[in-house]
Design a protein around this ligand. Sequence first.
Ligand code: PEP
Length: 249
Amino acid sequence: MRHPLVMGNWKLNGSKQLTADLISGLRTVLTDVQGCKVVIAPPALYLAQAVAAVEGSNIGVGAQNIDVNLSGAFTGETSAEMLKDTGAGYVILGHSERRTYHHETDEVVAEKFAIVKQQGLIPVLCIGETEAENEAGKTEEVCSRQIDAVINAHGVEALTDAVIAYEPVWAIGTGKSATPAQAQAVHKFIRDHIAKQSREVAEQVIIQYGGSVNDKNAAELFGQPDIDGALVGGASLKADAFSVIVKAA
Ligand code: PEP
């Protein structure tokens, strides 16, 4: 049975001090959380510090990206093998910022997805349409294309023990969240789309919503039957707001 997952994407924010303070704040307020899994994704430089700081707590650690290679002459990159070695358990893949600024294609994201799974880590596959695609009525087309890139390359079973984050690009960092009804409709479409290939996989895959989730709108979003938690950007940098979101899940 799937469980709610709330994950904090710190993006390119943080320092040694912020990592220490935020984790210590979260440890204090999240001691009694049950049923919902909590994961933080700091920048790669702070992963080892974060892994040490969450030890003995119910907080997991994830990364924001990996390279397609495991080792070798690829200056500046970080591999899934290194993340595993560091103790991270999750990897965010295909975030819209990476698709936009780093030109990651559906195929590259699918390749990274397989590498993450091969290392025994949990991929968090970000999908979602831009504002123009939304206005052109292409939301379902874009989401199914981005999921099918993984299914066609690796089979529907690849989505077992994986996470999908539906993140409409127009809602990320804009303060303009999708309404609970809008998000639920897309989440149901995604689950039904996967169910065409495997009902079992569709029922167990965690589908998070992401896009301007905050302490005010989280509860109503999580009240929807197909929304299994959230991928949270801005609000994950404040222990009090993030913990309200976790408790709402
Ligand atoms: C994100 O970066 O994945 C995200 C959803 O950001 P925000 O919560 O700030 O919209």
